[in-house]
Design a protein around this ligand. Structure first.
Ligand SMILES: Nc1nc2c(c(=O)[nH]1)N[C@H]1C(S)=C(S)[C@@H](COP(=O)(O)OP(=O)(O)OC[C@H]3O[C@@H](n4cnc5c(=O)[nH]c(N)nc54)[C@H](O)[C@@H]3O)O[C@H]1N2
Ligand SMILES: Nc1nc2c(c(=O)[nH]1)N[C@H]1C(S)=C(S)[C@@H](COP(=O)(O)OP(=O)(O)OC[C@H]3O[C@@H](n4cnc5c(=O)[nH]c(N)nc54)[C@H](O)[C@@H]3O)O[C@H]1N2
Ligand SMILES: [Mo]
Length: 824
């Protein structure tokens, strides 16, 4: 899904554009005096040397490209690449990742499974003994089990979707490799959508005709020059821009810094006043959790009643405003969605809402929204209403105006470069009889309820009977909502196989665990800049495979061999031959775009990276400008070709939880629901500043955020005082679904009534014989609920739950989240 964020449009655009030359530094060192080298060196003056020194071995991660310093086979330090405008502390953890005490050292099998076969004592998962086996034995067990299930039950019995953030690298992409193996050996059950934007990507395709969330944004130089007001709506860019799906170019962080320097007015709408917002001197508006839809309706009503809306824009570029106006005025339900009405729901004063509406209308305004607001029940509504408000403002397609849903992610708005694009190893073709994918966040529901049918975006999906779960590159025990429900659901499959470098929570709950290398133990490549596609980074092997770990590629190749599909799996290529073919393909594209590159061997030996040029015209690209210029020639991908404020397609689905017009629908749990009497606090599960989800939780960066050696809970001063909680206290956070131990961080930077526990702490159950046992490390999904956002998108609601907290006075609980289990 995220592999290629460039929309067809922007990608086509930049391939057509301009013609200058490429990049690569220390060229005289790199290239022999061939014709290519001469051509390249002529272009030299355009480019600064990319690296200050050849100190280390060039590699990269989701959090940045860097040189690894290696001494006697051990990684001992790192140095960021010179091109990175905002290197962060996550890269410094690479040595700790490689040499972590909780690496998985050899293949292991759960004792009951090994002795009594698949499905034996599934209740012991997570606490059974482990038995070490040889690689040969492990490969045989896995292959035999795949063969058994394929022949007895067919491909729908194997859930190998394996959603997750794995590591960077286009060849050692464990998820693609898993899918490749499965497609070659009979097919498998996969998933649709993702955890990140499950609700927004579905509703946006109906409203603006593309997922929008992964599309290129109006570029940064244009925003910096033209935006007079930037509204960060549930958007925390200084945290979330640290990481990217590919290697980050961190251009977005430069962009925000430029806004701050220029003094552009910035408003943040968020229950939390994030440190990044302070760095931007942003004004803080703090709504109650989960009430953004009501707040946006109040703003829309103000625009309408004060005649600040752009009738001409709405007429020409949208459909359904007439119906929306009726609903704003309360013509059907008798409730006008005034600022006063909104205020009673969202807790922001009516006058503040009105002033915000006026300011947005009078200034060139860019609304930058994050995605936490749609990881909620009825999460389709906020983004739909943001587009509606932006349409009323009439600035969509103008310089520095409109909305952008990816400025906080992977540097959306980083201008597109011109060159070539690496495509990774492919998952191959799915066999014809492949089962219908299940919406990703319905995983636990699917495992527990074979045969159940759910609605999904106008279709129906029936869950098959899953017998095997295969995970490579994800951490579902941490990422899926309602951990205790998932634990229960995971009793159903007979076999769970996990590839992991470390003893993560998910690995601990498997039947067969295969130790794999980290990306620093193998050779690979990746693009730098998800949106700019500006760099090609080599990922050189820094250290040998640790312990008995092997590359996912080699593990799957050996399984493929036993299943009789080795040749189709490898296509006769080993690691370096694959990298060369990927590079050559990219090089041909670059040459066609007028950017010559050195041959693969020279590139590889240079221990250097490629920086493609960014054509001038790409620096001022404006999203929706072509649509605005001529909506008939450049229609949107919606049925009407326009922005659909009312969607007939959605209306026709007849879903009570997502009808044809956007609105405020009280969520499953919030401060206004009955459950709030027992559980008055609203949960916020923001993404962690010092991790990527659960990745790096087992490194010393933990010292920066852990409180009393647990995940922190950010709690308002008043809420803490009422419960006699002080900063540093060990706290139990709980509701009917589960309980976690967390460390208190008392602050006025969070709205009273809201508490934050970042997602991603490794699940560490105190006593697995109890269904709702305490998590000793503070994994927030023990508290969340597992229902779909609506029948439309079936997305996860991870950013929502009511709970209570109390000072923990129970017996001492040793945190064992990062320990190695018995027998392993
Ligand atoms: N409550 C709540 N829950 C959430 C969210 C939220 O906001 N709130 N956010 C959701 C979102 S947006 C997302 S994207 C998900 C993220 O969920 P995940 O993507 O599952 O999270 P990661 O921690 O990145 O898990 C990646 C795993 O892959 C492993 N890995 C890394 N490299 C390799 C490799 O080369 N080979 C193999 N075999 N394994 C490797 C890592 O060790 C790690 O365990 O969480 C979701 N869950
Ligand atoms: N450092 C770091 N960077 C990351 C990641 C990571 O784990 N760590 N994960 C990456 C991934 S996979 C993704 S999907 C993106 C996630 O990007 P986002 O989904 O945008 O990130 P979140 O932190 O979940 O939420 C962003 C903001 O929304 C606010 N918010 C939550 N609930 C509400 C609400 O009801 N109303 C309002 N107005 N605001 C609310 C939160 O307080 C937070 O400040 O980040 C990516 N970048
Ligand atoms: Mo995500």
């Amino acid at each position: 899904m995220k592999n290629n964020v460039l929309s067809g449009l922007s990608r086509r655009r930049f391939l057509q554009l301009g013609s200058t030359l490429l990049a690569a530094s220390s060229l005289d060192l790199l290239f022999s005096p061939s014709a290519v080298a001469r051509a390249v060196s002529q272009a030299m003056p355009l480019f600064a040397a990319l690296r200050p020194a050849k100190k280390g071995i060039l590699t990269s991660a989701h959090w940045g490209a860097f040189e690894a310093i290696v001494e006697q086979g051990k990684m001992v330090g790192v140095q960021p690449v010179q091109d990175d405008p905002a290197p962060n502390e996550l890269i410094e953890m690479a040595p700790w990742q490689v040499h972590a005490a909780n690496r998985i050292t050899s293949p292991v099998v759960r004792k009951s499974w090994l002795e009594n076969g698949p499905g034996s004592r599934n209740d012991l998962r997570g606490r059974d003994e482990w038995v070490k086996v040889s690689w040969e034995k492990a490969i045989q067990l896995v292959s035999d089990e795949i063969r058994r299930l394929q022949s007895a039950y067919g491909p729908s019995s194997i859930y190998a979707g394996s959603c997750g953030w794995k590591s960077t690298g286009m060849l050692h992409n464990c998820r693609a490799l898993l899918h490749r193996l499965m497609n070659l050996s009979g097919g498998f059950l996969s998933y649709s959508g993702d955890y990140s934007t499950g609700a927004a990507q579905v509703i946006m395709s109906h409203v603006v005709g593309s997922t929008e969330v992964y599309d290129q944004q109006t570029t940064w130089p244009n925003v910096i020059d033209n935006s007079e007001l930037v509204v960060l709506w549930g958007c925390n860019p200084y945290t979330t821009l640290k990481n990217s799906w590919n290697v980050p170019d961190h251009v977005g962080l430069e962009g925000f810094a430029a806004l701050a320097k220029k003094g552009t007015r910035i408003i943040t709408v968020d229950p939390i006043n994030n440190p990044g917002s302070k760095q931007l001197n942003a004004e803080w508006i703090a709504p109650h959790a989960y009430t953004d839809a009501a707040m946006l309706l109040g703003i829309a009503h103000t625009l309408l009643s004060e005649k600040l809306h752009d009738e001409a824009f709405l007429q020409r570029y949208t459909t359904g405003f007439a119906q929306f106006r009726e609903s704003l005025l309360g013509e059907h339900d008798g409730v006008a969605k005034t600022a006063e009405w909104a205020s009673t729901i969202c807790g922001v004063e009516a006058e503040t809402l009105r002033q915000l509406a006026r300011d947005m209308a009078k200034k060139r305004t860019m609304i930058m929204a994050g995605w936490g607001i749609q990881r909620q029940h009825h999460g389709e509504q906020p983004h739909w209403l943001l587009v509606t408000v932006a349409a009323m403002l009439g600035q969509i397609g103008l310089p520095g105006g409109g909305f952008g849903f990816s400025y906080h992610y992977s540097s959306g708005g980083s201008p597109s470069a011109k060159g070539g694009i690496l495509s990774g190893i492919s998952a191959g073709e799915a066999p014809q009889n492949s089962p219908v994918p299940v919406p990703v966040a319905r995983m636990a529901d699917c495992l527990a309820n074979p045969g159940k049918t759910i609605d999904y975006n106008g279709r129906q999906v029936t869950y098959p009977n899953v017998k095997m779960v295969y995970v490579a590159g994800g951490n579902p025990l941490v990422h899926q909502q309602d951990t205790n429900n998932l634990r229960q659901a995971m009793q159903h499959p007979e076999t769970i196989i996990v590839h992991e470098p470390w003893w993560t929570s998910t690995a601990k709950f498997a039947d067969i665990v295969l130790p794999c290398t980290t990306s620093y133990e193998r050779n690979d490549m990746d693009m730098g800049g998800d949106y700019s596609q500006r760099y090609v980074f080599p990922m050189h092997q820094c250290v040998p495979p640790q312990h008995e770990s092997r590359n996912d590629f080699d593990i799957f190749r050996d399984i493929a061999a036993r299943l009789g599909v080795e040749q189709a799996f490898t296509e006769g290529r080993d690691e370096m031959l694959w990298l060369k073919s990927m590079y050559d393909n990219m090089k041909t594209q670059a040459r066609n775009a007028g950017v010559p590159l050195p041959p693969f061997d020279q590139f590889w030996q240079s221990n250097n990276y490629i920086r493609f040029p960014v054509p001038e015209e790409n620096k001022n690209w404006i999203r929706f400008a072509d649509f605005r210029a001529d909506p008939l020639l450049n229609p949107l991908g919606t049925p009407s070709g326009r922005i659909e404020i009312f969607s007939r397609s959605v209306a026709k689905m007849n879903y009570d939880d997502c009808p044809g017009l956007p609105g405020w629908f009280p969520p499953h749990e919030w401060r206004g629901s009955d459950v709030a009497q027992r559980y008055p606090l609203s949960l916020n599960s923001s993404h962690p500043p010092h991790r990527l989800h659960s990745q790096l939780d087992n490194t010393p960066l933990r010292d920066k955020y852990a409180v009393s050696n647990r995940e922190a809970i950010l709690i308002n001063t008043q809420d803490a005082a009422a419960r006699k909680i002080q900063s540093g206290d060990l706290v139990r956070a709980y509701n009917d679904r589960g309980q976690i131990l967390v460390g208190a961080l008392v602050s006025d930077d969070i709205r009273p009534g809201v508490v934050r526990v970042c997602e991603g702490a490794w699940y560490d159950p105190a006593d697995l014989s109890e269904p709702k046992t305490l998590c000793k490390n503070g994994s927030v999904n023990c508290l969340t609920f597992d229902i779909g956002s609506s029948r439309l998108a079936q997305a996860n609601c991870g950013h929502m739950a009511q709970l209570e907290v109390e000072k923990y006075c129970g017996e001492e609980q040793k945190n064992t989240a990062h320990s190695v289990p018995f027998g392993a």
